[in-house]
Design a protein around this ligand. Structure first.
Ligand SMILES: Cc1cc2nc3c(=O)[nH]c(=O)nc-3n(C[C@H](O)[C@H](O)[C@H](O)COP(=O)(O)O)c2cc1C
Ligand code: SF4
Length: 485
């Protein structure tokens, strides 16, 4: 579909009209107020007071060493997160709790033969030194480590995918060429993974992190488990069973490291998988049988195009009951509905042209986040999916904070192209248009093709790499068929 990206929209007034047409109830403030406005308001989190509402979202770089330690690229990224001025660093990137749970062979992971504590310490040091370099007090930052197991999307070696699935999912099996009788991960194997999460949390605590995030998002293992209605045994079927593993992980961490903060990133609602239409290049939903569709978390079984938050609310209630106060709301998955999880003008190479206006994806993020905050006002809630808003990001973000719809504005891709955005915004309220993420998706296309991730178009560190040429060729290829005008 054709649409005008934010960089070509001339005024806040014009942008508000676009929001009105494509983004439901989402609106923005004409005057975001800079550091004196909502984004510069202090807030209490994990017993400390921080001075702004920016959060750096977790983003892997596919650039760790084969033994699970960080490379120079990884360390540079963490240093830039520290330079950003954002007070909350949600996870840095996904850290796999065991080798077979890596989403790529270069993901950081807890290696039983490695000096994991020292490696994690290196990342924390890099982040803190980034803050110091900019004249900030590094001790005000709240820093978490995101713990993950990639489940269905595990690809731990160069030999290719090694999916560990918790339930058979007809569309995803078809999309990724899995046999009908692909074995399910057993309950005993899940219990081993549970113990690895607890061990990794202890490691993060010893390394000096303020909290760990138990990643229940984006189609990875714990997210898929939330929807495992057709699974038998201790961890499938009833909602109680599906929540059990996450509950056991949280209880185990609380017991082992009572002083460590715990957060949860969750895809609060999902979409049935999409694929590229070979004629138009646009995303279309994969075929599914008529009747109930039990494969998604937070979607109506009888109409899976609609969110149904009954179970996600029960999940949030459980988190609150367990004393978890930090949640980070995402939606969907970058693998099977990337236009929702990462609204973009240019799709990644394994994606499709946006079937709807990118603001529809932004709206889904914001509405899910609002629903969470409205129902559970005591939670500290981070929202996602703001990068597509570009010039108008602060205007929308300030309104969401002002209306108490969210507590922190999570920045993903924007932190790769323009890590100093929070700092510039808080200094004088002015952004540098040349560094704004234009959602080229090269940072996703790189890894999908076995290359490291980075902002190839806008960050000179990556633009100079030979991969930049290959990736821009892939972008041209996937754009055949149309794009925003
Ligand atoms: C290159 C890349 C790597 C990512 N890695 C992670 C990750 O490790 N963990 C995670 O929860 N989300 C990950 N994400 C998703 C982002 O955290 C974020 O939710 C998404 O990009 C949408 O937010 P945005 O519009 O600000 O980019 C990644 C995104 C990108 C572009
Ligand atoms: S490659 Fe750069 S501009 Fe493109 S989506 Fe990623 S961060 Fe944004």
């Amino acid at each position: 579909m054709k649409y005008t990206p934010p960089g070509r929209i001339k005024s806040v007034e014009e942008f508000r009209e676009t929001l009105g047409r494509h983004a439901g109830t989402i609106d923005c403030l004409e005057d975001h107020g800079g550091r004196h406005g909502p984004l510069g308001r202090s807030i209490r989190i994990l017993g400390r007071t921080v001075s702004n509402r920016f959060c750096v979202q977790p983003m892997e770089g596919w650039d760790g060493q084969p033994d699970g330690s960080p490379s120079a690229h990884t360390i540079r990224r963490w240093a830039r997160f520290g330079e950003s001025g954002a007070e909350l660093i949600w996870g840095g990137e996904a850290y796999a709790v065991q080798a077979d749970g890596r989403a790529n062979p270069n993901q950081l992971f807890m290696n039983p033969d490695g000096d994991n504590r020292a490696w994690l310490g290196t990342l924390l040091d890099a982040l803190r030194q980034g803050a110091v370099k900019m004249g900030d007090d590094p001790d005000t930052r709240i820093i978490g480590l995101q713990l993950t197991h990639s489940g269905r999307f595990s690809r731990p070696t160069k030999e290719g995918p090694r999916p560990l699935i918790v339930h058979p999912h007809p569309q995803l099996a078809h999309k990724y060429g899995l046999d009908h009788d692909h074995p399910l991960i057993t309950d005993d194997e899940l219990r081993v993974i549970r113990d690895r999460f607890i061990e990794a949390a202890q490691l993060a605590h010893e390394a000096g992190f303020d909290f760990v995030d138990i990643k229940c998002a984006h189609g990875y293992l714990l997210h898929e488990l939330l929807a495992a209605r057709t699974r038998e045994g201790d961890y499938g079927g009833s909602l109680d069973n599906r929540l059990r593993l996450i509950r056991e992980i949280i209880e185990g961490i609380k017991q082992t490291c009572p002083k460590l903060g715990i957060g949860v990133r969750v895809s609060l609602t999902d979409r049935p998988p999409f694929e590229r239409d070979p004629d138009s290049g646009e995303g279309v939903q994969m075929k599914r049988d008529a009747g109930p569709w039990p494969w998604g978390f937070g979607v109506a079984e009888r109409n899976p195009d609609k969110a149904d938050l009954f179970e996600p609310f029960a999940f949030l209630a459980m988190l609150q009951m367990l004393g978890v106060r930090l949640v980070n709301i995402s939606v969907g998955s970058p693998y099977y509905c990337p236009h929702v999880q990462r609204p973009a003008t240019y799709p990644p190479s394994d994606g499709y042209l946006p079937p709807v206006h990118p603001l529809d994806g932004v709206r889904r993020h914001i509405e899910a986040t609002r629903a969470c905050k409205e129902r559970y006002p005591d939670l500290v809630v981070v929202g996602s999916g703001y990068s597509w808003l570009q010039e108008y990001l602060p205007h929308v973000a300030a309104m969401e904070i002002d209306d108490n719809h969210v507590d922190f504005i999570g920045l993903g891709r924007m932190m790769l192209s323009y890590p100093h955005l929070p700092r510039h915004f808080l200094d004088d309220g002015v952004l540098d248009g040349k560094q704004l993420c234009r959602t080229f998706s090269d940072c996703t296309t790189g890894p999908r093709n076995g290359m490291i991730s980075g902002c190839y178009p806008l960050d000179p560190y990556y633009s100079k790499m030979p991969q930049a040429v290959t990736i821009s060729g892939l972008r041209r290829e996937v754009m055949k068929g149309g794009r925003g005008s």
